[in-house]
Design a binder for this molecule. Structure first.
Ligand SMILES: *Cc1c(COP(=O)(O)O)cnc(C)c1O
Length: 348
């Protein structure tokens, strides 16, 4: 039996052998006392890599975004974000539940950015009727799309000119950076820094394409990270000998950034292989996430298709649209099996 080709998410990766060795070799201490050398080294590494004073290692991207929003906002404040952004739509309303912070979602443009006019209009004047607008949160990549640097510059300048802080949910920041580097002929880490410098705080996930088992980091000024550290503690995210996990992440930062381009190439290979099948509308992937919509007579076939793929050992995800995500656990052979299975389903 062939191994499963799991394209549901880039969170399903297993640590490589070399990563496991780095984990086993990690020096450990109690990180609540600030004494875990591996956590401290990781926090310094990611802060300096992205050009910030400080960073905080947290268990999940959700907690990282929560720490950021609550470090920037008080009860009765609000943050502006896109309707489809993770920190608004996919985190259970956590900022409202735990912090009394109201989200102000706005609709995305077709390229997944937020129109500057919509952002400007959503920012409330200082008036007793309104929540206080305190933070603009963006996401990059956003549904697999690289958000253009020019746009980021304009949107964050607008926020700043109206007195708002800025946060980037960069769960897949390095995917954006690697693709940006391919387009500009630059270097991925330098591109990541170019994106990050527009924001007061940046959250990055290590448990996605970078292939670490657990963990995210929030980067920012000493002052913001000190506030975030209190929130992490209150949220139950202050871990003890977390150096095992931090060592896996450090290994990923050293070895798994540039290889993200292989995941992007596989997403393009999958898109090409699926193009031309009657009933499928295949997006052009920027990075490692490929969306496919069913239309015409195939419109209501997504569940059936996902079941048929599963019988052939290919897993994908489809809540609204079909989503295929490439990562270090899949190769070209697996992608070709996925293409063949979809073609068989459509007799194409
Ligand atoms: C996955 C993800 C998160 C949250 O990550 P968890 O570690 O699953 O909590 C946040 N933002 C974006 C854009 C993500 O893709």
């Amino acid at each position: 039996m062939n191994p499963i080709v799991d394209l549901r998410s880039d969170t399903v990766t297993q640590p490589t052998h070399a990563m496991r060795e780095a984990m086993m070799a990690a020096p450990l201490g109690d990180d609540v006392f600030g004494e875990d050398p591996s956590v401290n080294a990781l926090q310094e590494k990611i802060a300096s890599l992205l050009g910030f004073e400080a960073a905080l290692f947290v268990p999940t991207g959700t907690q990282s975004n929560l720490c950021a929003v609550l470090a920037h906002c008080q009860r009765g404040d609000e943050f502006i974000a896109g309707q489809l952004q993770h920190c608004y739509r996919w985190e259970g309303g956590n900022a409202a539940v735990f912090g009394g912070v109201q989200p102000q979602p706005i609709a995305h443009q077709p390229d997944k950015t937020l129109a500057l006019a919509d952002i400007a209009e959503a920012i409330k004047p200082d008036d007793q009727h309104f929540a206080r607008s305190k933070l603009l949160a963006l996401e990059n990549t956003m549904m697999g799309k690289v958000i253009p640097l020019d746009y980021i510059a304009e949107a964050t300048a607008l926020a700043r000119s109206r007195g708002l802080a800025t946060h980037l949910d960069g769960a897949r920041l390095f995917n954006a950076a690697v693709e940006q580097a391919r387009r500009t002929g630059g270097e991925a880490k330098a591109e990541a820094r170019k994106i990050a410098r527009y924001f007061d705080t940046v959250s990055v996930c290590f448990s996605k394409g970078l292939g670490a088992p657990v963990g995210s980091a929030l980067c920012g000024s000493q002052e913001l990270i000190a506030r975030a550290r209190r929130i992490r503690k209150m949220a139950g995210g202050a871990m003890r000998q977390a150096g095992f996990l931090a060592a896996a992440v450090s290994h990923a930062l050293d070895h798994h950034i540039d290889r993200l381009s292989e995941d992007h190439a596989l997403a393009r290979r999958l898109a090409e292989g699926l193009r031309g099948i009657e009933g499928l509308q295949v997006e052009e992937p920027d990075t490692n996430v490929l969306f496919v919509d069913l239309h015409g007579p195939a419109r209501d076939k997504s569940e059936e298709l996902l079941e048929a793929l599963k019988r052939e050992g290919v897993l994908a995800w489809g809540l609204y649209r079909l989503r295929f995500v490439t990562h270090l656990g899949v190769d070209a052979q697996g992608i070709d099996r996925c293409i063949a299975a979809v073609r068989r389903f459509f007799h194409a």
